[in-house]
Design a protein around this ligand. Structure first.
Ligand code: GAR
Length: 193
């Protein structure tokens, strides 16, 4: 059994795409892969509802209940470890992780970022892409290393930036592609573990 643990902070549409793929697609059956748990740092994260409705264990660990980033990350790592994951997937998990956490899950920690890395690491990627006059934008699946939005790139998707785009319309176009590349990258990664 290859357990996947997914971390979210909000809508969880990427998590939902991975859950659907793991429940429906042939590669998941062949690899005996399943999403074992969805963990959020926010109790009101919409994605938790979807996860529960799909029979997946959920947990909430509020970072505000901890005195330090290190303490939160240690508790989070313990919670994740209880599911013995082959892979930990960050899907709109809006917390910067400590080097200790990243090292603990080194080689089995993936993230999706809504830009064509190495362009636009950090926040407000779509607004920055529009302001920079980019003709193309996109998303990147990468391995997580201690430095923010920098690890080895596993897959990318490209979309056009249209003249009338707002950050919202561009985000929606990019998100549609994220739902394609993230499950695909997860499958590819697990196949090569
Ligand atoms: C996605 O666009 C993801 O790329 C981005 O947050 C959104 C989450 O949507 N992640 C980051 O910005 C990480 N720095 P979702 O909750 O619907 O998957």
């Amino acid at each position: 059994m290859k357990n996947i643990v997914i971390l979210i902070s909000g809508g969880g549409s990427n998590m939902a795409a991975i859950v659907r793929a793991a429940q429906q697609q042939e590669w998941a059956r062949r690899l005996d892969a399943r999403v074992a748990a969805v963990i959020s740092n926010k109790a009101d994260a919409q994605g938790l509802v979807f996860a529960r409705e799909h029979g997946i264990a959920t947990a909430v660990l509020n970072h505000k209940d901890f005195d330090s980033r290190e303490a939160f990350d240690a508790a989070l790592a313990q919670q994740i470890d209880s599911h013995e994951p082959a892979l930990v997937v960050l899907a709109g998990f809006m917390r910067i992780l400590t080097p200790g956490f990243v090292n603990h899950f080194a080689g089995r920690l993936l993230n999706i970022h809504p830009s064509l890395l190495p362009a636009f690491p950090g926040l407000h990627t779509h607004q920055r892409a529009i302001e920079a006059g980019c003709k193309f934008a996109g998303a990147t699946v990468h391995q997580v290393t201690a430095e923010l939005d920098v690890g080895p790139i596993l897959d990318q998707a490209v979309v056009p930036v249209l003249p009338e785009d707002t950050p919202q319309t561009l985000a929606a176009r990019v998100l549609t592609q994220e739902h394609i590349i993230y499950p695909r990258a997860v499958a590819h990664f697990l196949r090569h573990l």
